[in-house]
Design a protein around this ligand. Structure first.
Ligand SMILES: *[C@@H]1O[C@H](CO)[C@@H](O)[C@H](O)[C@H]1NC(C)=O
Ligand SMILES: *[C@@H]1O[C@H](CO)[C@@H](O)[C@H](O)[C@H]1NC(C)=O
Ligand SMILES: *[C@@H]1O[C@H](CO)[C@@H](O)[C@H](O)[C@H]1NC(C)=O
Ligand SMILES: *[C@@H]1O[C@H](CO)[C@@H](O)[C@H](O)[C@H]1NC(C)=O
Ligand SMILES: *[C@@H]1O[C@H](CO)[C@@H](O)[C@H](O)[C@H]1NC(C)=O
Ligand SMILES: *[C@@H]1O[C@H](CO)[C@@H](O)[C@H](O)[C@H]1NC(C)=O
Ligand SMILES: *[C@@H]1O[C@H](CO)[C@@H](O)[C@H](O)[C@H]1NC(C)=O
Ligand SMILES: *[C@@H]1O[C@H](CO)[C@@H](O)[C@H](O)[C@H]1NC(C)=O
Ligand SMILES: *[C@@H]1O[C@H](CO)[C@@H](O)[C@H](O)[C@H]1NC(C)=O
Ligand SMILES: *[C@@H]1O[C@H](CO)[C@@H](O)[C@H](O)[C@H]1NC(C)=O
Ligand SMILES: *[C@@H]1O[C@H](CO)[C@@H](O)[C@H](O)[C@H]1NC(C)=O
Length: 501
């Protein structure tokens, strides 16, 4: 992938094969075309050096990337280590007048052999590592193709060098002890075609090396792209996890409001205290022994029941506070939850790009943003859970208010009932009146307590229910994320095979 700039200058650097004759090719004699051999060999040197220049800065910490980077750069470095001496030898050969024919050509033969061995099997372990680590064989197929072509060009070069050596040998022998070798002998024994074939072979070899460089560099580029994506996704997960507390803190603050509202509805809804109701007639009541020895006990129980309501109402805040305190624990570490959900699709879209296949760019561009968007989608889904629970909790205070109203009915007629008795002039009849209503108020006292308990139990049950509904909602949202993530993984994997749908 990425623009592949390959030095077209190689095709333009055409020089006449007859230019600048000099002592060359390991004999002290001027051979036409040697300067062009030099030009071609210098170009080969440059292209071989390029194979080792690829590098990438990886900071995401994803070991697949660093592993591949090491392997890819190792291949580039090996190409340079083994092939650079050959290019240097060919360059030196073009101006070599040492007369050390055997030594010089043997060294070149050795270099060609070593390069050949490198391409045939020297990198097999590294290639296998790349195949296993990338999890696809697109890169290794590209290397196989590039190596096969380079190897063929190398074999062709080998033959032309062998022919050149053979011709140089003949010229050397024909010249006997004459040094330098006369140009007539050279022309007779080293045909221009031999030199031209060497030039062609060097140029052809040179034209094969950039493909190796391309496979290395484009693969490294992909690693870099994936590295940047992982870093961006990591940041998005951390940012998303940091936004989550804002969501639940807003919810907690609303819980506080609801708690206060339920409490207010309850303590303002149950009506006046018994002592307040009867304070205006208490003296009259105390003058009747039937009252003080009978009904008063039950009225006191009723007063106690009412007096406890405010204390019991304190449990509303306790329940809401407990709810509120536990909300942050529902999802203990959202970063970890998101990371777990997004790990597989992250690996898959990375694999798709790392593959360096025909559809890699397309499929990565198609699916990596979808992985990225899962973070915000999840946080948004969480907000929906919070909103929904809040709306439901807002139904609680009207219910509690109605229970309070029902409680208030238990003292609604107390004053008028007592006044009816007090209106009876005869103390005995008046006392009988008190005695008659006494059992009812005994029961009412227990029912005030029961209603109060009902209200508090309702608040406890509802806050616990709400907490659990919230937990179910948050985790089902995370499950949606995980399910989407799995879909993204599967689709990205098939995209690599089949491309656009
Ligand atoms: C890698 O990072 C170093 C130091 O930050 C920098 O000098 C170098 O250019 C970077 N290399 C690449 C390929 O980005
Ligand atoms: C080619 O010649 C240069 C300069 O003389 C020398 O530094 C280099 O080692 C030679 N290369 C080989 C492979 O002998
Ligand atoms: C070239 O090198 C190969 C491998 O080292 C060796 O088998 C072969 O005999 C050599 N050929 C010549 C002509 O030196
Ligand atoms: C190069 O040619 C020589 C001579 O024919 C041969 O010994 C050697 O094996 C060849 N090397 C390669 C790599 O083809
Ligand atoms: C190296 O790999 C090539 C291509 O897969 C294979 O032909 C060759 O036999 C392998 N060589 C070794 C030594 O495993
Ligand atoms: C790469 O791995 C695949 C299996 O994943 C295997 O079929 C293939 O032969 C391997 N290729 C190389 C060159 O190791
Ligand atoms: C890369 O991973 C392979 C296994 O797939 C392992 O054998 C190799 O040692 C690793 N290389 C590095 C440099 O970590
Ligand atoms: C208290 O009751 C007695 C009769 O039992 C009555 O004579 C008296 O007037 C009453 N006192 C008051 C203040 O109502
Ligand atoms: C009822 O009595 C309690 C104390 O027993 C008091 O705190 C509360 O304010 C009273 N309520 C009303 C409505 O008078
Ligand atoms: C979540 O877990 C990660 C890794 O385990 C840790 O770095 C991070 O600080 C944790 N976050 C919270 C809010 O605990
Ligand atoms: C607090 O809330 C949690 C979760 O709803 C519940 O399990 C626990 O029993 C509650 N504790 C109290 C004291 O209400």
């Amino acid at each position: 992938m990425r623009a592949f700039c390959f030095a077209l200058t190689i095709l333009c650097a055409v020089q006449s094969i007859l230019a600048y004759p000099r002592p060359d090719f390991a004999i002290n004699g001027v051979v036409s075309g040697s300067a062009t051999v030099k030009t071609a060999a210098v170009g080969l040197s440059q292209d071989i050096a390029d194979a080792g220049k690829g590098t990438v800065n990886l900071t995401s910490g994803y070991t697949v990337l660093s592993n591949l980077s090491t392997s890819l750069q190792f291949i580039g470095d090996e190409i340079v280590r083994v092939a650079a001496p050959l290019a240097s030898q060919l360059t030196n050969l073009s101006t070599d007048n040492s007369n050390q024919i055997e030594t010089t050509y043997a060294a070149i033969n050795t270099s060609i052999s070593q390069f050949d061995v490198l391409l045939s099997s020297g990198l097999n372990t590294t290639i296998t590592d790349i195949n296993n680590t990338a999890g696809t064989d697109y890169i290794v197929k590209q290397f196989a193709d590039a190596f096969k072509n380079t190897k063929a060009a190398l074999t062709a070069l080998n033959s032309t060098i062998y022919q050149l050596k053979s011709d140089v040998d003949k010229a050397r022998k024909a010249a006997g002890t004459t040094n330098p070798i006369p140009s007539a002998i050279i022309r007779a024994n080293i045909p221009a075609k031999t030199v031209n074939n060497v030039i062609t072979a060097i140029r052809n070899l040179r034209a094969r090396v950039p493909l190796i460089t391309y496979v290395i560099d484009s693969s490294l580029d992909n690693l870099h792209l994936v590295d940047l994506f992982i870093i961006a996704l990591q940041k998005e997960v951390v940012d998303g996890a940091a936004r989550y507390p804002l969501s639940y803190q807003a919810f907690q603050s609303n819980l506080g409001v609801e708690s206060a509202s339920v409490n207010t509805q309850f303590i303002t809804g149950y009506g006046s205290n018994v002592s307040a109701i009867i304070s205006s007639i208490n003296t009259d009541l105390q003058n009747n022994t039937a009252y003080t020895s009978g009904l008063q006990t039950n009225i006191n129980s009723l007063a106690t029941a009412y007096g406890s309501i405010d204390t019991e109402a304190g449990k509303i805040a306790t329940a809401f506070n407990n709810y509120s305190t536990n909300v942050p624990n529902l999802i203990g570490n959202l970063s970890n939850e998101l990371a777990t959900s997004l790990c597989n699709p992250l690996k898959m879209v990375s694999k798709v790009q790392i593959a360096n296949a025909g559809y890699s760019d397309f499929c990565f561009s198609k699916y990596s943003p979808r992985v990225f968007s899962q973070v915000q989608l999840t946080i948004d889904a969480f907000d929906v859970c919070f909103e929904k629970e809040l709306a439901r909790l807002m139904n609680l205070s009207p219910v509690v208010q109605r229970i309070a109203t029902q409680i208030s009915y238990n003292t609604a007629d107390l004053l008028s009932n007592l006044n009816v008795c007090l209106a009876i002039v005869d103390p005995t009849a008046e006392g009988a009146c008190f005695t008659t209503i006494a059992p009812y108020y005994a029961v009412l006292a227990t029912k005030v307590t029961a209603h109060t308990a009902t209200a508090i139990n309702l608040v406890n049950a509802e806050t616990t229910a709400s907490y659990n509904r919230l937990g179910a909602c948050l985790y089902s949202s995370l499950s949606v994320t995980t399910a989407s993530a799995t879909d993204i993984s599967n689709e990205a994997a098939s995209c690599l095979d089949v491309g656009p749908q």
